[in-house]
Design a protein around this ligand. Sequence first.
Ligand code: C2E
Ligand code: CA
Ligand code: CA
Ligand code: CA
Length: 277
Amino acid sequence: RATRGGEEVRGYAPSMGQIFLRRFQMVTQFRQALEEGQVSVHYQPKVSLPGKQVVGVEALVRWVHPEFGRINPDEFVPAVEAAGLVGALTSFVLDEALARVRRWLDEGIEISVAVNLSVRSLADEGFAAQVADALARYDVPARLLTFELTESAVMADPQRALPILGELHELGIELAVDDFGTGYSSLAYLRRLPVDQVKIDKSFVFGMGTDLGDLAVVRSIVELGHSLGLSVVAEGVEDDASRDQLEAMGCDVAQGYLISRPLAEDRLEAWLQARTA
Ligand code: C2E
Ligand code: CA
Ligand code: CA
Ligand code: CA
């Protein structure tokens, strides 16, 4: 019986070998997946508080693998990063995102798009030039592009990351610190970075209705952000109560399932139309 149980467990939980093999396949197949259209970009709206105006969308990558089905970016992005392939991912997402903004501009709509940056991009000296080239190709003003980066990405190698961030900022691109509050050195280094926005990590936003500690963290990030002249975005807004609390605190922008889940391009268009109708 114990053996049978053991086998059953093994049937559900992948072994180390299976995890390794899957990771290996993801890495070796990623470029082909990009070429074959298995990878796409979904967009999650961000709305202003209290106005509820759509101020931007965040581009979030999706991979539907022919064998594994949907693979979570939390799983494949780190694998792709570790294999040194994240440049291909970033330029794919950036192109898709700028093409989307271009089509909105053609319709007379200004919505900015945020793209997540990996730590590796911040070590690539040609990165800012590559971004400038993409903006020119799509004829999109830099102010409609935001890059989101985690503090751990910046702190991994600040000597290399800071000049690249400076160049991006010079171009007029907005920079946001993602998952704010989860790192170690938040307060001290924030002043040194050329950033425009902080995004409060969703773990604190989830907890703010029930946990006074989380509430205090959210409140202090809003105050700190504002005292540094930054715009403050809350991610993971799932219910009206947190939305209302954030609004009362003066948080500038909300993003989360309450407003919308990340949507494929056609569904995003329908969502936007339904709101303005
Ligand atoms: P992130 O940048 O912190 O993105 C926010 C994640 O929270 C997204 O997960 C989003 O779908 C999810 N989310 C948004 N609102 C809510 C909510 O109200 N409740 C809950 N429970 N979740 C919410 P997703 O799309 O699975 O992405 C996971 C992570 O993968 C992202 O975290 C980001 O670090 C990374 N990622 C996604 N797309 C890209 C990309 O194009 N490039 C890079 N380098 N990383 C990416
Ligand atoms: Ca993000
Ligand atoms: Ca985040
Ligand atoms: Ca995250």
